[in-house]
Ligand binder design. Sequence first.
Ligand SMILES: *Cc1c(COP(=O)(O)O)cnc(C)c1O
Length: 402
Amino acid sequence: MESEVFKIIEKERKRQSENVELIASENFVSENVLKAMGSCFTNKYCEGYPAVRYDGLGRKGRYYGGCIYADEVEEYCRKKWKEVFKTDYHVNVQPHAGSQANFAAFMSVLSPGDTILAMDLNNGGHLTHGSSVNFSGKLYKTVFYDVDDKGFIDYDDIDGKIKKHKPRLVLAGASAYSREIDFNRIGRIIKENSDETYRPYFMVDMAHIAGLVAAELHQSPFGIADIITTTTHKTLRGPRGGMIFCKPELAKQVDGAVFPGSQGGPLMHVIAAKAVAAEEACTPEYKEYIADVVRNCKAMADEFTARGYEIVTGGTDNHLFLVDFSNTHPKLSGKAVQDMLDEHAITLNKNCVPNEKRSPTQTSGVRIGTAAETTKGKTAEDFVKLADRIDELITEYYKTLD
Ligand SMILES: *Cc1c(COP(=O)(O)O)cnc(C)c1O
């Protein structure tokens, strides 16, 4: 029987290939990743973990029979991701998404009511970093560190707030921050504030920048952070999903927090696809791809600056940047730009800017990322032209607002 659904999928395929995709959290996976995700592993129940890896940890393996190949693919997946990040940290590849990875990571070391120090959603943080509408803000007390007037992380504020609030966990990582995050510096700050009676956990959520870390184009949190979470579908260019890395001494707690703590059966087809993405991330081509993403991002941000736009922090070190319209186009909201560009088949998202005056549903800025279109083969020159085109569209549109 022909399913109606494939007609819709075909429309979406066409939209993805024809639209210009500038949403910083999106990417286009390879045929092999798609194939693994669409494979028969979706049929298999595998609650638990491959038995082999728990030598000494007292685990009993899976709860179901028939997991021989599921074990093989999960172990292979874990091995390959450790290779990607050149790490001996423990890795759990079962989290269904980045949010689930963060949920389990918190669960592994925190009790409800504990205090987390993190970056505010409005300054570039993520919902799961303590937002009041999210489990993280409901289960834990959250204190936020600030960014300075230009939008850079205020490291002295991290230091001050650790001293003042004694958080149980310090969280670094962001969804809309265009500058390198100084993990080493935060690690030092934590150390300086620690003694025999107090030492907060250091957690890094590298969901956006994991691809840059893999390609060694961003400071690595490995060796510094206790727990590292990530998504697999952003710059890592894998299937939708999450992962948790941790120091070996936290392995048991982290695994227990994922299953049975917060999830049931793992998505084995997605784990198979995560393994394919890891193979791809080990290649020299992937490193070149990430270098291109960063180069293209700088070229595009520079072009916007040359055309009189304000970029938050004045530029970018990674795969994304934020355009702030508050001074240059005071009548323009991020929402209006998002909707207007949508009509011209250019997809991006509205975003809060430092000292935001508008509501989060309107905002005064947009976020632009180059990971997806670089996968499609766009060059720095193409991105410059794209910036010019967006400027022309905004300029035209702005005239109609008078
Ligand atoms: C995208 C993102 C997440 C959540 O990922 P989902 O897969 O959408 O749940 C978590 N943290 C950060 C920093 C992110 O950017």
